[in-house]
Ligand binder design. Structure first.
Ligand SMILES: [Zn+2]
Length: 438
């Protein structure tokens, strides 16, 4: 469970890929030779010698595909340009794939780990373990439960340590396994009574890794009842009174705005639920005019969901959609400063010294495709002028849309961590709206 620990058997795979990135980032002079070797090796069958052959072997083990000299597709279908992603992200993806290999193997081998093949929701599964409220003793016990290492009577019996596998607590002649101990044994009924929510939501459809070991898989169809139970009627549907908050559409603003012969585009990005990385959801929008065909409002794609990425993606979307000379108005200091002050430095460093290198590279490409004076970037304050409210409306549309798309796995995860997140999603979205609409 602990953050970056690895199975010793996997250290070779891990080190191999980490070293590959380090060596190539530090030594650009190897790039050409590396690319050439990759081309040759990718055409040959079963190359197993040399560093490139070794990497081919390792990626196959991980369930990744090495689609280009610098590009991998991970087992969860993430595209990785390993020179551009950060060291942390690179290591994270490798560890993630290694872990899911182990989980899949365990789910096939052990009846108490069925369900792990879906991946583990690590935050939900280790929430109590990491809570400051539990004592060292409790944590020790919890570790045994999570690892499925409870010495039940059934296990003793299998190890030939006792004559039979019947429960010694209730003496009802039942087999004493995890299922009996946690959920059925009448001798522990008083303990169960203290947890009515768990007992009322209990379902035989839950995977055994959750029922017996308390490990919550990433998603599982058996959790639908759980999600329904925890789904707060207030936050799942349209809550009463919320429509009152929506700002009226501004009349007379339906036409495009021009400044010095450039069409003005308002861009914005927002990220909700910053407190919890699992619920972080970023959206971006670009606004030309009311009902304008080019208006964009989308959810940010990909692994990293941050406000800066959303702001950056918003500007990219505007540049991609608009071919006329334009003035982009953004309230993001990060985007404006990056474009005006740092873009050249980052380009010369090959996008490796900056965060969000992939997006900055794309933005740089778009800017370079245009005549130098055709793009102007303007920093605006949050809601300095009334017309900036229009940006708020873009954001509002985005937020509404995403709320409708909220789907089951998200609900399930939310209920697992309910005490911590308590439907922040709704609150923050409406708070940010209030900020936009002043
Ligand atoms: Zn019993």
């Amino acid at each position: 469970m602990a953050g970056h620990r690895l199975d010793p058997c996997q250290i070779d795979t891990y080190k191999c890929l980490v070293a590959l990135r380090r060596v190539l980032v530090a030594n650009p002079r190897f790039h050409k030779a590396f690319e050439d070797t990759w081309v040759v090796a990718s055409r040959a069958r079963n190359v197993q010698h040399g560093p490139v052959g070794k990497i081919f072997l390792v990626t196959r083990l991980l369930g990744w595909r090495w689609v280009g000299p610098w590009r991998f597709t991970t087992s969860s279908n993430q595209e990785l340009d390993f020179l551009c992603v950060s060291e942390q992200r690179w290591q994270h993806e490798i560890r993630d794939s290694l872990r899911s290999m182990l989980w899949t193997a365990a789910s096939q081998r052990r009846p108490d780990m069925v369900g792990l093949e879906a991946g583990v929701d690590r935050m939900a599964s280790s929430a109590v373990l990491q809570s400051k409220k539990s004592s060292d003793n409790q944590r020790g016990m919890l570790r045994s439960i999570l690892a499925g290492a409870i010495f039940t009577e059934h296990r003793r019996w299998r190890a030939k340590l006792t004559a039979n596998n019947e429960c010694k607590f209730c003496l009802a002649g039942e087999v004493e396994n995890e299922q009996h101990l946690w959920w059925e044994c009448p001798a522990w009924a008083s303990v169960r009574a203290g947890h009515p929510k768990a007992m009322l939501t209990y379902s035989d459809n839950w995977p055994t890794c959750f029922r017996w070991c308390g490990i919550m898989p990433e998603n599982h169809e058996g959790f639908s009842e759980l999600a329904e139970w925890f789904a707060d009627p207030d936050s799942a549907g349209e809550a009463p009174g919320r429509d009152d908050v929506a700002p009226e559409p501004l009349s007379g603003r339906s036409a495009e705005v021009f400044a010095d012969g450039r069409v003005v585009i308002f861009t914005d990005g927002a990220c909700r639920n910053n407190q919890d990385p699992r619920f972080r959801k970023a959206e971006y929008g670009a606004y030309w005019a009311d009902g304008h065909a080019l208006n964009v409002s989308c959810s940010l794609e990909g692994w990293a969901q941050t406000n800066n990425r959303a702001e950056l993606q918003a500007v990219i979307a505007a540049l991609e959609a608009e071919s006329r000379p334009l003035e982009v108005r953004s309230d993001s200091k990060y985007v404006i400063d990056g474009c005006l002050l740092h873009l050249d430095t980052w380009r010369e460093a090959g996008w490796r010294r900056c965060t969000n290198g992939d997006l900055w590279r794309r933005l740089n490409e778009l800017l370079r495709q245009r005549p130098p004076s055709s793009v102007r970037l303007v920093k605006v304050k949050g809601h300095a002028q009334q017309k900036h409210v229009q940006r708020g409306m873009v954001a509002q549309e985005i937020l509404k849309e995403t709320r409708q798309q909220m789907h089951l796995p998200q609900l399930v995860r939310t209920c697992a961590q309910r005490t911590r997140t308590s439907w922040l999603e709704q609150d923050t979205s409406w708070k940010s709206l209030a900020r936009f609409s002043g």
